[in-house]
Ligand binder design. Sequence first.
Ligand SMILES: [Mn+2]
Length: 288
Amino acid sequence: MLLNTYEPWKFAFSQETENLKENSYGIIGVPFDSTTSYHSGARLGPIVVREASFGFEKYNTIFNKDLTTPFYDFGDVNVVPGNCKETCGIVEDTVNELLELNIKPIIIGGEHSASIGAIRALSEKYDKLTVIHLDAHRDLAFDFVGEKYSHATVMRRVHEMGVSLVQIGIRSASIDEEEYVKSTYDIQTFKNIDVHKHMDAIEYYLINIDGPIYISIDMDVIDPSIAPSVGNPTPGGLFISEIETIMESLAHKNVVGLDVVETASNRLGDNTAVVAAKIIRDFLTLVE
Ligand SMILES: [Mn+2]
């Protein structure tokens, strides 16, 4: 029998939500981009990333594994266009609903501010949460053009929740952000050059992290020659194999949530959407 399983509104290989298995993963989209300062369009990220997810086969030749992890696609949250704080609150409530079902969130963005709500929910559930933040930028501004809730202030709001941060791929920051990092004891930095030249040290660091981990991936961490459709493209980024190595190091840790954000495209087959879909699919293959 031939079945057409192409359903572009759900991530490829996601299962029906009627019979939820506990301890599995739930995808939610956050189609929001109201604080974007340069290249807009991230509100369409959840659609194009889901669509791109159908370009992959179930067997993963990088990790020699089939994608067998149960996961569900719950659709998109209702965002409030123009209101970042309100939207973060809705993401937080939705993630709390998933946590009550004992399902771990995977968020497709949308601008990076979606992480604020997700991490707030998780930081209240888990003590000693570590956020692994892959990004070209630190996102540690206290405010951005007067706004406390913005794509540029995400990790400052997150750090205020009392979580530890590990920032990987950094190659752009303000002097104020650098001073803030120096004034703290729980923000670890691995710049893009560290990833290119000292991956062994980063792997060693990651596999020795204790406690629950949340992974936040801004697609601009990847080199813009590979993933150009992002809010703030920044040259000198990571390669796909480096992302694979980092994900492999983290997959067998206690990962309690993941977001893949800032895909800003409205085009089917967009490179950045394809890479974002691959990262989510790789993660689900690895965590089984
Ligand atoms: Mn960024």
